[in-house]
Design a protein around this ligand. Structure first.
Ligand code: WT7
Length: 656
């Protein structure tokens, strides 16, 4: 367990909201919804606009491969743009985007405001070229490697429109990481940009993409969005600039949205773990959109006069669900920004809140802790009293960070929750629900499972734990938004999520329920590291380190960090005859950055001659972690080499 600050404590806060109910009332509402959870979700799904209604709410004949709303036909792009473009929302602003570069007064140099009609026009134009020029059709896959610019949601919606599955690769990933994902998804087309702005520098996306393309054979065409404008290498016959291609599109084109089967995939998103290559989580269409519709209403309480801002990057699931599909489907006006929240000045984020009058703010504990570090003055210099709802996501929120943000921009009165979910769940599962029934808040808690979601905390035998007792977080019923499978590896889907506790979805998190029944997710129960809320698999990091010619073996573990929650550190055994040095250390660090990407920066490397291993030779990261975080090492009966424990400890203490 990585976090020890999120221990239950009982300060109840009753925010100013007319929807506050006591916990018992909520429990009743919740258990009523579970009595017929299929019927419950069917009533939510009926609020969406289906081309054809479903015949069966849930096909559970082949668990865990559940299918929601079977027989129904729907289209995500139609829901997100056509409906609004044909309604009074036609001229309502959908996306307010600001780029990173600022003028001499610190104001953004570029702001783009796209109305729902603009978005509709652009999505149709892009869908037209994807279908007519590139010949993409249902069954094909496309990879997207773009910075945070409006073209990113436009491409996602255009692909969804023609039923082409896409996989978005976060722009902080390296060429190797991109190549692995393109290859696994068998993407035919890659969509990228010349570059993107981040902290005053250009991230050379096209150069990185070119390196990735040397390693894969599936990509026939590359579409390059012009963003930063520097010269990039364009391969004749393969690479084209988007603006050049769009010039050929006739005015006013309309591409009819495909009638997508509810259970057909919408996208694949990769997430990494402790073993094996990244897993391609496949999300369906109808179930996924149903969960997003519900959570946009219940969790964010979105209304037409809101200015909604989710600060995530679209490269992660938070951005897929709560920047692209969720908010646009609900017709909200939302903020999208390029760059960082604290660059060029620590108050960029509050200046955005002030500039556009943000009302709903969805961010991460890491971001909050980094804002805290700069001091209150940066925040107090801005007007933030438009805020009416705050939520955080990505990792447990420590009560200090909660209280700081709640008092400073939440005026100590607005609902503020910590929404628990993960790439696999598709959308929020456990949360406070200011748009439905809100239970009193406790700083740090996740609240209660949503109506229709049967989450629980269980012990090693799968039995519910007693209050305050640590156990594993599970979901006991299928839910709309659940994965269809792991792309091209259904066996692995069963093994990872559905085998630890038969019949239950195993999330991989430790959690407790407190004596009131509130859920507190404590952190990962496996060796996955959460750096700034992003999931980093130890496997990808270790494989990168081992590629260095001087390295024999490596173990990567997460250690607590006051801002990022956790940071990865590596224990490395060098090959015979190689001696440790500062240069070597820098060289290994560089290898990891190159192979995985800048998000994978190791915070330190410790050289050791042995690592704790089982008798069968598996490195016991759990033991390494316990030793360096001063936790009890637990059961070490399978440990083969006890002296290694001392060595790890010594190495860590000496260089700490
Ligand atoms: C893991 C999933 C889902 C969006 C971002 C992360 C942790 C997520 C919370 C929260 C405590 C949380 C869990 C989970 N997590 N939200 N509110 N409180 N922990 O998605 O990269 O798939 O990571 O993030 O450990 O398993 P992800």
């Amino acid at each position: 367990m990585s976090v020890n600050w999120a221990l239950p404590f009982n300060t109840k806060i009753v925010p100013k909201s007319n929807k506050v109910v006591d916990i018992n009332t909520y429990k009743e509402i919740h258990s009523t919804s579970l009595r017929d959870y299929k019927g419950f979700w069917a009533s939510v799904a009926s609020e969406l606009d289906w081309f054809k209604p479903w015949e069966k709410v849930l096909d559970d004949s082949n668990p865990p491969f559940y299918k929601w709303f079977v027989g129904g036909e729907i289209n995500a792009s139609y829901l997100a743009v056509d409906r609004h473009a044909k309604s009074w929302r036609k001229n309502k602003v959908a996306i307010i985007w600001e780029g990173e570069p600022v003028d001499e007064n610190g104001n953004p140099k570029e702001v783009r405001k796209l109305t729902y009609y603009d978005l509709y026009t652009e999505v149709n134009r892009v869908a037209y070229i994807l279908r007519n020029k590139y010949g993409l059709k249902k069954g094909d896959a496309v990879a997207i490697y773009l910075p945070m610019i409006p073209e990113l949601p436009i491409f996602m919606l255009a692909l969804a429109r023609i039923g082409v599955v896409f996989t978005v690769v976060f722009s902080g990933f390296s060429a190797d990481a991109l190549a692995t994902r393109i290859d696994d998804a068998q993407a035919k087309v890659l969509i990228t940009a010349d570059g993107g702005w981040r902290r005053g520098k250009i991230v050379p996306l096209k150069d990185i993409a070119d390196k990735a393309l040397e390693k894969v054979s599936t990509v026939k065409d590359v579409i390059v969005v012009r963003r930063t404008g520097q010269k990039v290498n364009m391969v004749e016959g393969r690479d084209k600039y988007l603006d050049d291609v769009l010039r050929e599109v006739p005015q006013g084109v309309y591409v009819e949205p495909e009638r997508i089967k509810s259970e057909d995939p919408l996208y694949i998103l990769y997430t990494s773990g402790t073993t094996g290559k990244p897993k391609g989580i496949v999300h369906d269409t109808g179930g996924y959109l149903t969960l997003l519709h519900a959570t946009m209403k219940w969790v964010f309480d979105v209304r037409d006069d809101d200015i909604y801002w989710c600060t995530a990057d679209i490269g992660w699931v938070t951005g897929h669900s709560y920047i692209v599909f969720g908010p646009l489907m609900e017709g909200v006006t939302e903020i999208m920004y390029e760059g960082a929240l604290d660059y060029p000045k620590p108050d960029r984020w509050v200046s955005i809140i002030e500039r556009y009058g943000v009302t709903i703010f969805y961010t991460s504990p890491t971001a909050i802790r980094s804002f805290m570090k700069y001091g209150d003055e940066w925040v107090k210099a801005h007007k933030t009293d438009t805020i009416r709802i705050i939520h955080s996501v990505g990792e447990p929120i420590n009560p200090e960070a909660f209280e700081w943000l709640w008092k400073l921009i939440g005026r100590g009165e607005v609902p503020f929750g910590s929404t628990w979910w993960m790439t696999e769940t598709g959308g929020i599962m456990i949360s406070h629900l200011p748009g439905l029934y809100l239970i009193p808040l406790k700083p740090g808690t996740n609240g209660m499972p949503l109506p229709g979601i049967e989450a629980d905390v269980v012990d090693d035998n799968g039995n519910p734990t007693k209050p305050e007792e640590r156990g594993y977080l599970v979901i006991k019923n299928p839910w709309p938004g659940m994965p269809l499978t792991i792309h091209r590896d259904p066996e692995r889907y069963i093994k990872i999520y559905w085998s630890k506790f038969p019949g239950m979805f195993y999330a991989g998190d430790y959690a407790v329920k407190d004596s009131d029944g509130y859920f507190w997710v404590l952190g990962r129960a496996d060796e996955v590291i959460k750096v700034a809320g992003h999931r980093l698999g130890t496997y990808e990091l270790e494989s990168a380190i081992i590629e260095h010619p001087a390295v024999a073996e490596a173990a990567v573990v997460g250690v607590p960090d006051p801002v990022k929650g956790e940071v990865p550190v590596a224990f490395v055994i060098l090959k015979q005859g190689v001696s440790p040095s500062k240069n070597l250390m820098d060289d290994i660090l560089k290898t990891v950055r190159d192979k995985v990407g800048p998000i994978a920066t190791l915070s330190s490397i410790y050289f050791v001659s042995k690592l704790p291993k089982t008798r069968s030779g598996k490195i016991m990261r759990r033991v390494v972690k316990a030793v360096i975080t001063n936790q009890p090492v637990g059961d070490i009966t399978t440990l083969e080499n006890e002296a290694s424990v001392e060595e790890v400890k010594k190495a860590y203490e000496e260089f700490k």
